[in-house]
Design a protein around this ligand. Structure first.
Ligand SMILES: Nc1nc2c(ncn2[C@@H]2O[C@H](COP(=O)(O)OP(=O)(O)O)[C@@H](O)[C@H]2O)c(=O)[nH]1
Ligand SMILES: [Mg+2]
Length: 334
């Protein structure tokens, strides 16, 4: 490793936030030299990673994710934890994601020396954004952050990606019975380990209580995503900072249950394997699309398929055969 990188490594291990930001910039870089440096750095950080509790947080816009992370984050910092907040935001890649716009709601947390807040990576497709976020989790862990939040907007496919990088998945809900009103898909509900009805304060409190019991009933009908844990349905007021202790206890119970059953480690292992395959797929697809022989016939294949002249399966087979044969000529040339 070069001198610059090893200094950066040391600084990260000391928890230096500027060094962390620098490393993240390397990982997000489109310049191949910087990118390589980032990967090399990540390799050397690896022995120092894996120790954080990784929590995914989702919910529709306006449910109070940012307000909740501010309240819960500060609560955890009081308990001597160090808290990192990252985001996977497919909706606004250009503006830098939800966290930037909401930083005012995390005002106190963002200024605290024991917190680190990073908006969604600003480039690339959702898969790429997820990969960078996953790598950023590792940097935060190496820098000694023992609780990492990954926030995403609860509207679509991003939850599955976030679920594949966290230990516990938390869904925030509005005090408003009936999930169809909240735009939350059943699939997202099934991923949730904790469901928290937020805004349980003032005039909305009775509604929050009935929403909670409604979800308790509804969740009995859904299959749990974990063997050693049944999803819990809780209430809080992020605004008034009420309910944080109960949520924290549920999180710890979850961790105990999964660690005792071995499911915790098993989940981490299978996430790593899935991550490897996601990277292989991403790399293959990139190479595939860059291949000169393939590039030449893609427009023709797309046209034939969309006009109905050729079956998609047939076109896919021809593209893959072309790819395989061009690979063969490449190898024999060497
Ligand atoms: N009454 C009440 N309002 C809240 C609570 N949490 C958030 N809000 C308000 O809901 C709005 C959206 O909150 P925000 O944290 O930005 O939601 P996000 O889009 O999910 O990040 C803001 O006006 C908050 O002040 C809560 O617990 N009670
Ligand atoms: Mg927000």
């Amino acid at each position: 490793m070069n001198q610059k990188n090893s200094t950066l490594l040391e600084k990260i291990l000391q928890g230096d936030r500027r060094a962390m930001a620098k490393a993240i910039t390397l990982l997000e870089s489109t310049n191949s030299e910087s990118f390589e440096k980032g990967q090399e750095l990540l390799d050397s950080l690896l022995p120092h990673t894996g120790k954080a509790l990784r929590i995914g947080i989702t919910g529709v816009p306006g449910v109070g994710k940012s307000t909740f992370i501010e309240a819960f984050g500060l609560f955890l910092i009081k308990l001597k934890h160090r808290v990192a907040v990252l985001a996977v935001d497919p909706s606004s890649p250009v503006t830098g994601g939800s966290i930037m716009g909401d930083k005012t709601r995390m005002n106190e947390l963002s200024q605290h020396p024991n917190s680190f807040i990073r908006p969604s990576p600003s480039s690339g497709v959702l898969g790429g954004v997820a990969r960078k976020t996953r790598e950023t989790v590792l940097i935060c862990e190496a820098a000694g952050y023992d609780i990492v939040f990954v926030e995403t907007v609860g509207v679509g496919q991003s939850e599955t990606l976030v679920d594949s990088m966290v230990d516990l998945f938390m869904l925030l809900m509005l005090p408003n019975a009936g999930d169809e009103l909240q735009g939350i898909k059943k699939g997202v509900l099934e991923l949730a380990d904790l469901i928290v009805v937020n805004k349980s304060d003032g005039l909305q409190e009775p509604l929050a209580i009935s929403t909670q019991s409604e979800y308790r009933k509804a969740m009995q009908l859904l299959s749990s995503s974990k063997k050693s844990w049944d999803p819990q349905i809780l209430r809080c007021s992020a605004l008034e900072k009420v309910g944080m202790q109960i949520i924290w206890e549920a999180v710890k119970n979850f961790q105990d249950a999964l660690q005792n059953s071995g499911e915790w480690a098993q989940q981490r292992r299978s996430q790593s394997a899935k991550w490897m395959w996601a990277l292989v797929e991403e790399g293959l697809l990139k190479n595939f699309r860059k291949n000169e022989n393939i590039k030449k016939i893609i427009p023709e294949m797309e046209e034939s398929v969309s006009s109905g002249e050729m079956l998609p399966s047939n076109a896919a087979r021809r593209l893959l055969e072309k790819w395989a044969s061009s690979k063969k000529t490449c190898t024999s040339k060497k």
